[in-house]
Design a protein around this ligand. Structure first.
Ligand code: ZN
Ligand code: ZN
Length: 382
């Protein structure tokens, strides 16, 4: 079968048309006929050798495809999840074959019994096990997401939701935790979330999810991302009115707060600002901007993880009582809720597609900073 294999760090992928097909599905295995596979920042980090994981490896931990075959234990789980042979499913990297015993697997926040997406003993497709840049891939039936028939999500649109989509969804749910009223009716309506890095791969999905979930959105980025950001907001139609775009190169934190909330009364400056902020870029400037626009008692959700860390002011946590939390992907039930919501509410990543043979051109475009999500479409001819 066709596959793109990373044989050495800091080298291009090697294309082959004679890679062995995966073994017959066993246990909870589901064999996926890959339809689309998306490129994530973590693929670039992996390819640079920073993660010190083994080679050769077939990358992509956010992909989609149809169910080709099921292992003996997978049949029943597939039924429970409403999945059958031939169905289109979304496949995230986590988690292949979790142990079922550890704290992640036993206290799993409502996922299937014994299944923990963060199980330290599980495989991570595209990173510790082969991922989506190949014609067929083995996954764990418990990790996949059903794609609803209604909503017309295409395979190339499902793939980027499997890492970028679920991560930003989890970040928004985390941001809402301190806000939602106990009864849940009020939700986040009228509350403000700032998304720093709103024009990037995660950010532009986050702007759409947030606006459609009822948040008022402050979409912050710098000049190169403005064009795509404005396109996303115009596609949102009526919901686009919930979004204020901020160019962090020209607007200061204070100017943004004044523009949105007006002048703060003397001594009450801490009451003025957004309720939550999501930090997507790795830069200190992005982090400082995010902390700056938060009001006191707000929540800062870190999604990126700069190699050299961030400096934060302990006073922001202690005196302003800001809650600083991080997220990594999300649980399987969050993944499913996110896909269902995206299908129903027309949330779509801006994508550019490439045939599998052109994966190295995709990677070049990625490093040039081409906007949107870059996706291999297995049906595209070279
Ligand atoms: Zn990823
Ligand atoms: Zn485990």
């Amino acid at each position: 079968m066709r596959a793109q294999v990373l044989e050495a760090f800091n080298q291009p992928y090697t294309f082959t048309s004679s890679h062995p097909t995966p073994r017959t599905p066993q246990g909870h295995d589901v064999l996926i006929r890959v339809k689309a596979a998306s490129y994530c920042h973590t693929d670039a980090v992996f390819a640079s050798g920073q993660m010190q994981q083994g080679l050769p490896r077939i990358g992509s931990h956010e992909f989609s495809g149809t169910v080709e075959a099921l292992g003996p234990e997978a049949e029943k789980v597939a039924q429970t999840k409403g999945i059958k042979k031939g169905d289109l499913v979304g496949v995230p990297g986590r988690a292949y074959g979790p142990c079922g015993d550890c704290a992640e697997c036993t206290d799993n926040g409502g996922d299937l019994e014994g299944y923990g997406v963060w199980c330290p003993r599980a495989g991570n497709l595209g990173l510790t096990k082969d991922g989506g840049f190949q014609e067929f891939c083995l996954a764990d039936v418990r990790q996949v997401a059903r794609v609803p028939e209604q909503g017309e999500l295409r395979a190339v649109e499902v793939a980027p939701l499997m890492c970028a989509g679920v991560t930003i969804w989890n970040a928004l749910e985390t941001a809402a935790q301190d806000i939602k009223s106990p009864s849940g009716d009020a939700g986040v309506d009228g509350k403000y979330v700032a998304i720093i890095g709103a024009g990037g791969g995660l950010g532009h999905l986050g702007v759409q999810f947030a606006a459609k979930l009822g948040w008022k959105v402050v979409a912050v980025d710098t000049t190169p991302a403005m064009e795509m950001l404005n396109e996303v907001i115009s596609d949102l139609g009526e919901d686009g009115k919930q979004v204020t775009v901020v160019n962090a190169l020209s607007d200061s934190v204070d100017a943004v707060k004044r523009k949105i909330f007006g002048e703060a009364a003397s001594g009450r400056e801490g009451e003025v600002g957004v309720d939550a902020v999501l930090i997507l870029p790795e830069s200190q400037a992005a982090f400082d901007f995010g902390m700056g626009v938060l009001k006191n008692h707000g929540t800062c959700v870190a999604v990126s993880f700069p190699k050299d860390g961030w400096r934060f002011k302990p006073g922001d946590l202690v005196f302003r009582h800001i809650r600083l939390v991080g997220v990594l992907t999300g649980r399987n039930h969050q993944l499913q809720a996110m896909v269902d919501f995206a299908a129903k509410n027309n949330v779509r990543a801006k994508i550019r597609t490439y045939p599998l043979e052109q994966l190295n051109r995709l990677v070049e475009d990625y490093h040039k900073g081409v906007g949107g999500k870059l996706v291999v479409d297995m049906d595209l001819e070279e």
